[in-house]
Design a protein around this ligand. Structure first.
Ligand code: HEC
Length: 431
């Protein structure tokens, strides 16, 4: 049995924390919330003093709006910092230090994706804009649980930014690369940011020899600054006989290490609008698993090395640079080669910067064999990446690769990828 009421409804400035549990369940808001959970089929508990402060604090905010204007309510209640707002409106569910409140107190079963804001490994890869959207619009707006309420009517945009900035500070270890530096993935240029994702890229020749090549890339964050990467190419090509023949290409296994990362956060500016940079190095081994006869492999074990540098400019504009070399163990049949890739782009989104993300980019890439007399082949790739689902962890990109010099025998290609950032949830979640 629960009654949520301010200590004194007539007092003009009641602190949010002073709501207490007593008497029968009366709050219409809590009843509505309760039936929502029932509809969602969640495990129900006798509402002892559940959500003692969690719902209570929201209810208090809503109840208090009877005697105070909603737009500056938290200020009227003496909540001036992100920390104050967090302790009053969030801590009951998310815990005093972001660790999460036990189920026995909150009365709800936390979803698998329930965040622990004090755990750097769970939180630093996240985008601030995603958190801001969840706080403003509630869990369901981003394909998360409806237990997470929307605060758009209660907190101003600045206050939401303040509380999200506070959440960002709950990870005490500062050397984790911050999610903002995870710029949109380009079709060819590899990012510096370590990720946990799976990407399937398909390339089809529109001119020149008919081939379809694919690459399935699996990436997994290992600790603070490292990432495992496995790339499995496969494809089909027209043989001299005229038949279409397919198979596996040369599989690559690599480790990426972040050498440097910095995000500049300006006071008063939303964090998702901040600037910064990140530099990584990757080493990989390419195994001769592909068939040479079918044109799917080199028949040689090679070592790959590259550096990747990403720069974030204001207003979600970014630049990515990657440069490296492919060094075969034996160079009789396969020459050493070097490559340079770069991508420039900007992200756009509606709903005050928190909606679906559209990221047009242009890539300029160059390849050159490391032998005398070789030419450098330059290509340009205009492309667009878009977030596909509500949670924005499924993304797709489409582009067109156009050779700009030495064009004889070099095909134009349509390239597309499908990306699943499985760190943020299952393939079928968040739609
Ligand atoms: C009634 C309990 C409750 C209250 C109060 C609450 N939250 Fe949540 N919040 C949740 C739950 C449950 C989830 C997990 C949703 C999921 O993973 O499906 C969540 C998720 C989140 C997320 C994570 C989204 C992600 O990307 O993983 C953020 C950020 C967040 N809450 C911030 C806040 C802030 C800030 C406040 C206070 C202004 C707040 N929450 C108040 C229950 C609550």
């Amino acid at each position: 049995m629960l009654k949520l009421r301010p200590d004194s409804a007539s007092r003009p400035q009641p602190p949010l924390a002073q709501f207490r549990c007593a008497g029968p369940l009366e709050s219409a808001y809590v009843k509505e919330k309760h039936s929502l959970w029932e509809r969602a089929g969640r495990q129900r508990r006798v509402p002892l003093c559940w959500l003692v402060a969690g719902i209570a604090s929201i209810v208090s905010v809503l109840a208090a709006s009877h005697w105070a204007r909603a737009d500056n309510l938290p200020q009227q209640l003496g909540l001036h910092s992100g920390r104050d707002i967090y302790q009053a409106a969030c801590a009951a569910c998310h815990g005093a230090n972001g660790e999460g409140t036990p189920e026995t107190t909150t009365g709800f079963v936390p979803p698998d994706t329930f965040p622990h804001f004090n755990r750097c490994d769970e939180t630093t890869p996240e985008y601030t804009r995603d958190w801001t959207a969840v706080v403003r619009d509630g869990g369901p707006a981003r394909g998360f649980s409806q237990i997470m309420p929307a605060f758009s009517g209660v907190l101003t945009r600045d206050q939401i930014n303040q509380v999200v900035t506070y959440l960002r500070g709950l990870c005490a270890e500062k050397d984790w690369p911050r999610g903002e530096l995870n710029v949109p993935r380009a079709l060819l240029t590899e990012k510096a940011f370590p990720e946990s994702e799976t990407v399937l890229t398909t390339t089809v020749n529109t001119k020149g020899p008919a081939t379809v090549s694919n690459e399935l890339v699996y990436e997994k964050i290992l600790g603070k600054r490292d990432q495992l990467e496995v790339a499995v190419p496969f494809g089909w090509s027209h043989q001299n006989s005229g038949a279409l023949s397919g198979g596996l290409g040369d599989i690559a296994v690599g480790i990426k290490h972040v050498l440097f990362s910095r995000l500049h956060t300006d006071d008063g500016k939303p964090i998702y609008d901040s600037t910064g940079s990140i530099l990584s190095f990757q080493g990989e081994v390419v195994l001769p698993t592909g068939s040479v006869d079918k044109g799917l492999g080199t028949g040689e074990t090679s070592f790959g090395v590259f550096g990747a540098y990403d720069q974030l400019f204001p207003a979600q504009t970014f630049m990515q640079i990657q440069a490296g070399a492919n060094l075969p163990l034996h160079t009789q049949n396969v020459p050493r080669s070097a490559f340079f890739r770069s991508a420039f782009g900007k992200s756009f989104s509606g709903s005050q910067e928190l909606g679906r993300l559209w990221s047009p980019m242009v890539e300029v890439v160059a390849d050159r064999e490391l032998r005398s007399g070789a030419t450098t082949d330059w290509d340009v790739i205009p492309e667009l990446q878009v977030t596909v689902n509500r949670r924005q962890h499924i993304r797709a990109a489409l582009g067109y690769r156009i050779p700009i010099n030495d064009t004889t025998g070099r095909p134009r290609q349509v390239m597309a990828y499908f990306l699943w950032d499985w760190f943020d949830g299952g393939l079928l979640e968040g739609w």
